[in-house]
Write a protein that binds this ligand. Structure first.
Ligand code: AMP
Length: 281
């Protein structure tokens, strides 16, 4: 496995790969890798000859300075995990390498960003798009792998590829959870032990809504029930819970309004913001 830090080095390496007619898969990450990330690498390995994992904490997608400063950075451990996962190339640029000058380009995603994360984290998805486009231009992958945990991000990236008319296939990957149901996230390491013990309630609540309550309750009542569960527990501060159509991300009024419906939640536990999703149908 090669660990490369500069755009020049990775482009040279990938030129060799492409001259051998090998396909390239890209897994963009911000590091602090866990089994969720590794599952993306494993999927990429089954579909591409050469797998590139980028590790880059992208400052321009953080709209909260505290979150950026406390974001875990564990490159040595990440490299070890990627070696064990049979990754081929790690790309770990510095901020100066990715952004020699402050990026000025902006991306818009219409209705896809007029909901959920888009309205609560201004500039976030434009910042994601800037870095993902640069990674696409550097790596020129055949396929890129993204987790369904960041459900809105996945829709945004698919839209970005259409906007740019790039021929990159975006491959969605299912959420990997801890044994107690908590969706794995790099931010979980910042939870206090008390909050970590209570955090599985997020998935448990959403699972009950999807497996049981949707049979007897309206969309509006399920939404209210979920928000109330967290509002009534002092360990949690719910930010939103939306029940949306899976392609357009627009809220649905009833369970028959769309073929695919997912619930997306963001909750705070002290200063840690956790997101999760559940599929209703
Ligand atoms: P991040 O490092 O948080 O930017 O995540 C990098 C990629 O890993 C994104 O495509 C995420 O959606 C994906 N990812 C993060 N956590 C999980 C998880 N628990 N299961 C599956 N994919 C995940």
């Amino acid at each position: 496995m090669k660990v490369l830090y500069t755009i020049k080095d990775i482009k040279e390496e990938l030129a060799k790969v492409r001259s051998e007619n090998k396909t390239v898969g890209l897994v963009p990450t911000m590091g602090a890798l866990h089994k969720g990330h590794i599952s993306l690498v494993a999927k990429a390995k089954t579909q591409c000859d050469v797998v590139v994992v980028s590790v880059f904490v992208n400052p321009i997608q953080f709209n909260n300075q505290h979150d950026l400063e406390t974001y875990p950075r564990t490159l040595d451990e990440d490299v070890e995990k990627l070696r064990n996962a049979d990754c081929d190339i790690v790309f770990a640029p510095t901020v100066e390498e990715m952004y020699p000058t402050q990026p000025t380009e902006k991306y818009s995603f219409g209705i896809l960003e007029a909901v959920m994360e888009g309205i609560r984290r201004p500039g976030h998805f434009s910042g994601v798009a800037v870095v993902v486009r640069r990674l696409f231009d550097i790596v020129e992958p055949n396929k890129a792998f993204f987790g369904e945990k960041d459900f809105q991000q996945l829709a945004i990236i698919k839209n970005l590829v259409q906007q740019l008319n790039y021929g990159i296939e975006i491959v969605p990957c299912p959420i990997i959870r801890a044994d107690d149901g908590l969706a794995l996230s790099s931010r979980n390491t910042r939870l206090s032990s008390e909050n970590r013990a209570k955090a599985p309630k997020i998935h448990a609540t959403l699972a009950r809504a999807a497996e049981e309550l949707m049979r007897t309750m309206s969309v509006a009542d399920v939404k209210k029930w979920v928000m109330d569960v967290f509002a009534e527990d002092p360990a949690f501060e719910p930010e939103y819970f939306e029940i949306v159509e899976d392609l357009t991300l627009q809220p649905v009024a009833d369970w028959n309004a769309a073929n695919g419906i997912v619930g997306c939640i963001a909750v705070w536990m002290d200063d840690v913001r956790l997101i999760d999703i559940i599929r209703f149908k």
